[in-house]
Design a binder for this molecule. Structure first.
Ligand SMILES: *[C@@H]1O[C@H](CO)[C@@H](O)[C@H](O)[C@H]1NC(C)=O
Length: 178
């Protein structure tokens, strides 16, 4: 039961605070990262409230959030948002695609650009009929705490949250070693 509670808290924290992704890993935001930015991004799972960390020195580079058209054209003149202060952090406030390019058009043409697709916000599965409790985040059966978990419902819930925790660990480890 303690394990389940820890898993629940973990899920809650990660879903509201988000996870920080280091663009380019140790290389940071550069013209020739050791792994192409879009190859990297395709292996990651980005969610709303996750953040991107772009490592670069103020004055030597910048990060522009642009439209799809400006991304492919490397047009730096019409950014939706520009991050110029060095070591920029960008938070995903919605799901869907985000297009980033460097403020240096030449370097953009050499490939210093990044597309991130943020996954749709997952809806919680509908609660079982018995438990319209206000704390819907904790699907622990309150009616009979002493009985062994013979009913399939709580076991399924536990399996699901374990799977989710494992997934979270995997994506965290991947991000950490990138
Ligand atoms: C993102 O963060 C905001 C503010 O902390 C929160 O209200 C919202 O529920 C979060 N969204 C997700 C999908 O975690």
């Amino acid at each position: 039961m303690g394990y389940l509670l820890i898993v629940m808290i973990l899920c809650f924290l990660t879903s509201t605070e988000g996870y920080k992704f280091y663009v380019g890993g140790k290389d940071g935001w550069v013209v020739n990262p050791s792994e192409n930015y879009n190859h990297w991004a395709q292996r990651m799972r980005f969610q709303v409230n996750d953040t991107l960390f772009f490592k670069y020195k103020k004055g030597s580079d910048s990060v522009l959030l642009v439209t799809k058209e400006d991304y492919f054209a490397c047009n730096t003149r019409n950014p939706i948002q520009s991050l110029t202060e060095g070591d920029s952090i960008f938070t995903f406030d919605r799901s869907g695609p985000f297009f980033f390019i460097t403020g240096n058009a030449d370097n953009c043409n050499k490939g210093q650009k990044l597309i991130v697709v943020v996954m749709a916000v997952r809806h919680k599965p509908p609660q079982q009929q018995q438990s319209p409790s206000p704390s819907s985040a904790v699907p622990v059966p309150t009616a009979s705490p002493v009985s062994p978990p013979t009913s399939p419902v709580p076991r399924l819930a536990i399996r699901q949250s374990r799977r989710r925790a494992v997934r979270l660990h995997r994506s965290r480890n991947r991000a950490r070693w990138e």
